[in-house]
Write a protein that binds this ligand. Structure first.
Ligand code: ATP
Ligand code: MG
Length: 441
């Protein structure tokens, strides 16, 4: 029985008291992305397993150890998405978006699934905000995507993050690098973990990303990609740094970043928080110039990033960021008797049509208990309706903060009364935005 009331290990519920934080993070990220020209895209939670084998890569930890893969009732191998890029790339090709004006810029919020060891900041179901920019090889696109991530983190108040960038080359210079890496690891083969010995033959770069302490210790002294870059790559990397400098985005070069997914090429980056201990990377991304071709499309250089939303929320909480209060109940109708309750229902319905958040008793409580409830839910005003109010058509509007009471009529003018008391949240928001915009101008 206990199983029924216990969530699966590594999954998390977002309770009503917390959901406004998620909405704030998601809306902020989507809206800033929109200002950069990235429009939202939604893809299914599961895809053909083969898609992830081809894109994420056979030799990655994600594919080898972490995917939720199963056969459906039709005998097809299905995988719950471990990340968002593969699905976005698949959708791009399936719907021919690559034939539209380039670059194609998409943003998404997705749940992701990885069978990892659950701990703080590491879950089996987690959420990402991500963007993909398909169809540009130019270095300014790299800087633009990095600046988008940086802008979102800043707006959310995710302070204490540093940007680490690295350049992991193109197929041309990588061949040389692979040779050098292979030579280095070959001499230490007997010390490597079982998986890495296999990786040595197939993709030695993956050893650099192994989480085993022995392998990562050996990897510290391995040759670095930056020493093997071809002229084109050197030029590209130089321009990316140049653009970041121009936009005054601070970064440090970190030759240890290889990223956990095979599709990355050239520029890769991570934003690392000072507040999260070992699960410190809040955002990771980079170029994947060969991915679309690998999936059967034409050559379409592209790039993107993904942020771990649970980790972002953890940093915001650790930094004491205050989240905008969710809108509460504007007016609560307390009623006495069946007829009065019916009238309250009617008034609540019509006020809501005008954008006022109204509630009434749907549980059959006595008046005292209703007032207590109105207080608990933080109702801004209350109106008590009984036989007398029904008969006269008059009632009293009580301000729950000040205790002040106003005589009101129970007719259409009620909306105007509430409106004049500036309950209209949208208007207040617009006024706020206008006042800050004027300051800037
Ligand atoms: P890590 O090195 O921490 O395992 P990763 O390189 O596997 O991260 P990516 O595939 O780049 O992560 O995913 C992008 C972001 O998603 C990460 O930077 C992180 O913020 C978040 N993330 C990744 N895996 C998890 C997880 N299991 N639980 C929560 N967040 C995660
Ligand atoms: Mg990982």
């Amino acid at each position: 029985m206990a199983l029924i009331t216990k969530a699966i290990r590594g999954t998390q519920d977002v309770l009503p008291g917390e959901s406004h934080k998620w909405q704030y993070i998601e809306q902020t990220a989507l809206s800033i992305a929109r200002d950069f020209g990235f429009r939202e895209m939604r893809t299914p939670v599961f895809e053909h397993t083969e898609l992830f084998h081809r894109s994420v890569g056979e030799n990655t930890d994600v594919v080898q150890k972490e995917m939720y893969t199963f056969d459906d009732k039709g005998g097809r191998s299905i995988t719950l998405r471990p990340e968002g890029t593969a699905g976005a790339a698949r959708a791009l090709l399936e719907h021919g978006l690559n034939n539209e004006a380039l670059p194609i810029k998409v943003a998404y919020i997705t749940s992701c699934y990885r069978y990892e060891k659950p701990q703080a900041g590491r879950l089996r179901e987690f959420h990402q905000f991500g963007v993909e920019c398909f169809g540009t090889a130019a270095p300014q696109a790299d800087a633009e995507v990095i600046s988008l991530a940086s802008h979102i983190l800043k707006e959310l108040g995710v302070t204490g993050v540093s940007l680490h960038i690295n350049f992991i080359g193109c197929p041309a210079c990588r061949a040389e690098y692979h040779k050098a890496l292979k030579g280095y690891f070959e001499s230490k083969k007997s010390e490597l973990c079982h998986t890495c010995r296999d990786r040595l033959e197939r993709n030695p770069m993956r050893i650099l990303d192994c989480k085993s302490p022995v392998c990562s210790g050996i990897a510290t002294d391995a040759p670095v990609m930056l020493d093997f870059l071809c002229n084109d790559c050197l030029k590209h990397f130089g321009s990316v740094k140049d653009c970041l400098d121009a936009a005054e985005i601070e970064y440090e070069i970190d030759s240890g970043i290889v990223r956990g997914l095979d599709y990355y090429t050239r520029t890769v980056f991570e934003f690392v928080s000072d507040a999260l201990g070992s699960q410190a990377v809040v955002c990771g991304g980079g170029r994947y110039d060969g991915l679309i071709e690998e999936l059967g499309g034409s050559h379409l250089p592209s790039l993107g990033f993904a942020m771990g939303l649970e980790r972002i929320l953890m940093v915001m909480e650790a930094k004491g960021v205050s989240f905008p209060e969710p809108p509460g109940c504007d007016v609560y109708f307390a009623s006495m008797g069946y007829e009065a309750t019916k009238r309250c229902f009617k008034m609540a319905v019509s006020l809501r049509e005008g954008g006022v958040a109204a509630e009434f008793d749907t549980i059959g409580r006595g008046l005292k208990a209703q007032m207590k409830y109105a207080d608990k839910i933080g109702a801004r005003y209350t109106i008590v309706i009984g036989d007398n109010e029904l008969y006269t058509g008059n009632a009293r509007l009580k301000d729950m903060k000040t205790g002040e009471e106003t005589d009101i009529k129970l007719d259409d003018s009620l909306y105007n009364v509430l409106f004049n008391k500036s309950i209209d949240r949208q208007l207040a928001d617009v006024a706020k935005v206008l006042s800050t915009t004027t300051e800037v101008l």
